[in-house]
Design a protein around this ligand. Structure first.
Ligand code: GTP
Ligand code: MG
Length: 365
């Protein structure tokens, strides 16, 4: 499954001018340093065709799976240790007592009551009155989890033509800016021309943080003056993406303003101005959730998904979480596909979500 679209036109990859331009709205457009771009381009050409389908082909599905497994180790250990406890003897009879104990273990992963009930009922249906091994139970749970996580839409929804515009939203500290950096890097690596928009003008450090990512990646970034209207930055980012024929524009947003109402109004305004520029945009509104927040991530998400018209979820910080099970109620309650998972703080620590790999990584002994 290819999650990153391959490069549409090698000629697009011309080094940018070093100078910093200023556009009509006074927002700065900072082309990347020529050397940065040149070295990135060199890396692209030397790695040749293995780059075209992105990290899937680069690290191979085995590499990606072991990364996912590594990131989920805290959740898996907590869960497996708990479930293993149920199997002190050689096997275990699947009866009401066992099912009750299994349920209480599952719930500790923050998977929520509905998901834990569904898994417990599936185990009951398939294994009741039998003496089973730990492996048999884990296999059954893995299959059920996978079927609950299967989703129709995976990968990014691209614009039919012209730049694809992605807004990234979520509460402060959830991992928006880092996820944008990682995502932009992989898109850039797969040959796409990316422009970042520093739409979180509420904090100067946020602009700096994204600017550092743009420098590392070798892509352009549009920034505003301190406290500039984020909608104006978003508008200029799309404008820039159109004028340089970029493939993707990714716009960062604030996670916190004076009030939650202000924040939601700001996101709505950003949406409106982006749509004014390209009537099918934004093509994706990615909601970044912090996996370590467990069930709290769900309540945090609710306001955003209503106000911002989210189209998909990025579940960040899975590596730091023992509550990776939270993905199940997220899928169930939001009817939004989980598009990416954050597996660490490094530039490569992002993966396209894969239900089968996730379920296996979560429960395999
Ligand atoms: N371990 C781990 N840390 C992450 C991941 N994603 C983000 N972080 C860290 O989480 C912290 C917050 O990340 P940011 O990307 O700044 O979060 P944000 O949502 O942009 O925050 P605000 O701009 O304050 O709203 C940083 O220290 C990141 O390095 C991840 O997948 N794994
Ligand atoms: Mg940020």
């Amino acid at each position: 499954m290819a999650f990153w679209r391959s490069k549409k036109n090698q000629d697009d990859e011309v080094p940018q001018s070093k100078s910093t331009a200023s556009n009509d709205a006074g927002n700065e457009i900072r082309p990347v340093d020529v050397q940065t771009t040149a070295s990135q381009s060199g890396a692209t050409s030397t790695e040749g065709s293995s780059k075209s389908s992105g990290p899937q082909s680069k690290s191979g599905s085995g590499g990606l799976f072991s990364k996912m497994r590594g990131a989920l180790s805290k959740t898996r250990q907590a869960l497996n240790t708990d479930i293993r406890d149920l199997f002190k003897a050689e096997g275990r009879l699947v009866d009401d007592k066992f099912l009750k104990e299994l349920f209480s273990r599952l719930i500790r992963t923050d998977m929520g009551v509905a998901s834990a009930e569904a898994i417990r009922d599936d185990v009951a249906q398939r294994l009741r009155a039998r003496v089973v091994s730990l492996e048999e139970v884990l296999e059954t749970i893995t299959e059920q989890t996978q079927s609950m996580l299967i989703q129709e839409s995976t990968g990014l929804q691209y614009a039919e033509s012209g730049p694809t515009v992605i807004l990234v939203v979520g509460v402060n500290g959830s991992g928006k800016t880092t996820s944008i950096g990682k995502l932009a890097h992989h898109l850039h690596q797969s040959g796409q021309k990316v422009v970042l928009g520093a739409g979180d003008t509420f904090r100067a450090a946020a602009v700096e943080q994204l600017t550092v990512w743009a420098g590392r990646i070798g892509c352009e970034i549009v920034t505003g003056k301190p406290e500039a209207d984020p909608a104006s930055v978003a508008y200029q980012t799309v404008d820039r993406a159109l004028s340089i024929d970029a493939d993707v524009a990714i716009i960062d947003t604030a996670g916190r303003l004076q009030t939650q109402t202000n924040l939601m109004q700001q996101l709505e305004k950003i949406r409106r101005v982006v749509e004014k520029k390209i009537d099918t945009a934004p093509h994706e509104v990615l909601l970044v959730l912090d996996a370590t927040a467990g069930q709290n991530a769900i309540s945090q998400a609710r306001g955003f998904s209503d106000a911002a018209g989210c189209t998909g979820i990025v579940l960040a910080k899975l590596d730091g979480s023992a509550k990776g099970g939270v993905i199940l109620p997220i899928r169930e309650q939001f009817q939004l596909p989980v598009k990416f998972v954050g597996l660490g703080e490094s530039i490569d620590d992002i993966a396209a979500f894969d239900a089968a790999a996730f379920a296996k990584a979560l429960f395999a002994p």
